[in-house]
Design a protein around this ligand. Structure first.
Ligand code: 13P
Length: 251
């Protein structure tokens, strides 16, 4: 049985006061998260400690970073080391979000190094993959996603792969209000599982949680979560609102 994961990526939103207000507002719902479910909050670095402190007594809730660097320490101005995250009680990190790839030039090789470093520090990576609209229209979506996965996971053991999370986030659905249809989301998540089965084994593929992200909201979360190969959601904008995110968690 794969875990159901509801993750909220706050992106570059919420100062400390807003972070406190949001996590405090979610407390009751977070306290009721049941077994085999996990809620993950991904605040900006400056809110990590606020968030880990506020959720410290909750059994099925964790705080992840939105990014991390692959080196342990050194002259890397502006970067954050995995041990610095661990020290704050952070349990994992989003890796290779499309905004990191698009605005900051992150490559599949970068995601691969970050995943390896994260696992070495017992941080669980959420590897993000997804196509842009042109790639979908021109029929190169699947090879693109396959390459993001195989290059991102290169050199990892099957056991490592089963311990990470993969998030399918089509670029055209992020922040646009244009959610993929449940059929589109399921099709690609099933394809990702097939890529894992071919590269590793069916057993590894069956163990690895795969999330969908892109304009997930309270109104569509339930349908998305019912798909056979979708084990959870990675939510952007709707994770900033207590009401919306509470309903998604309950879905
Ligand atoms: P939205 O839910 O705002 O479309 O963002 C999705 C996302 O990028 C989550 O990582």
């Amino acid at each position: 049985m794969r875990q159901t994961i509801i993750a909220g990526n706050w992106k570059m939103h919420n100062d400390r006061a807003a972070a406190k207000e949001l996590v405090s507002g979610l407390q009751d719902v977070l306290a009721q998260v049941g077994d085999n479910r996990e809620v993950i909050l991904c605040p900006p670095y400056t809110d990590l400690e606020t968030a880990t402190t506020l959720i410290s007594k909750l059994a099925h809730v964790s705080v992840y970073a939105q990014n991390m660097f692959y080196e342990e320490k050194g002259a890397f101005t502006g970067e954050i080391a995995p041990s610095m995250l661990r020290e704050l009680g952070v349990k994992g990190s989003i890796i290779g979000h499309s905004e990191r790839r698009g605005y900051f030039g992150e490559t599949n090789l970068d995601t691969n190094k970050k995943i390896k470093t994260a696992l070495g520090h017992k941080l669980r990576p959420i590897l993000c993959v997804g196509e842009n609209e042109d790639q979908r229209v021109n029929g190169v979506m699947k090879p693109w996603i396959q390459m993001q996965i195989l290059e991102g996971l290169q050199g990892l053991s099957g056991e490592d792969v089963a311990s990470i999370v993969i998030a399918y986030e089509p670029l055209w659905a992020i922040g646009t209000g244009r959610t993929a249809t449940v059929e589109q989301a399921q099709e690609v998540c099933q394809y990702i599982r097939q890529v894992l089965a071919d590269a590793y084994s069916k057993e590894i593929a069956d163990k690895t949680p795969i999330l969908y992200g892109g304009s997930v909201k309270a109104a569509n979360a339930k349908d998305i979560l019912q798909q056979a190969d979708i084990d959870g959601v990675l939510v952007g904008g709707a994770s900033l609102k207590v009401d919306e995110f509470s309903q998604i968690i309950k879905a």
